[in-house]
Write a new protein. Structure first.
Length: 103
């Protein structure tokens, strides 16, 4: 059975306005089906701890090379970011507005 991983860029959190933490590429390992529930406490347990790891890389090529070197089957998920058009407060009062301005 081939080990599987996902290479992606992390999305920005709701608490940040910049894109600082989204520059790195991370490797996340896929879900382990050998997960078992502890009868007494209800905790999840597994002998495979790779789901707890996230590896950071500066570029995509390094992440792919690491997967190939360690014989992981990988998929690359590239998220597209929406473009934000700069606006100004004065545009609310422009004569060229397509809809009427109301409170």
């Amino acid at each position: 059975m081939m080990k599987k991983a996902t290479i992606k860029r992390p999305s920005k959190t709701n608490m940040q306005s910049g894109l600082k933490k989204t520059k790195l590429w991370i490797i996340e390992f896929d879900f382990d089906p050998s997960l078992q529930k502890d009868v007494l406490m209800g905790w999840n347990s597994s002998k495979n701890t790779t789901k707890q790891l996230k590896l950071n890389f500066n570029n995509l090529d390094d992440a792919i090379l690491w997967c190939q070197k360690n014989s992981y089957e990988y998929k690359v998920v590239d998220q597209t970011y929406k473009q934000v058009k700069p606006k100004s407060y004065a545009s609310n009062f422009s004569n060229n507005r397509k809809t009427s301005w109301t409170h």
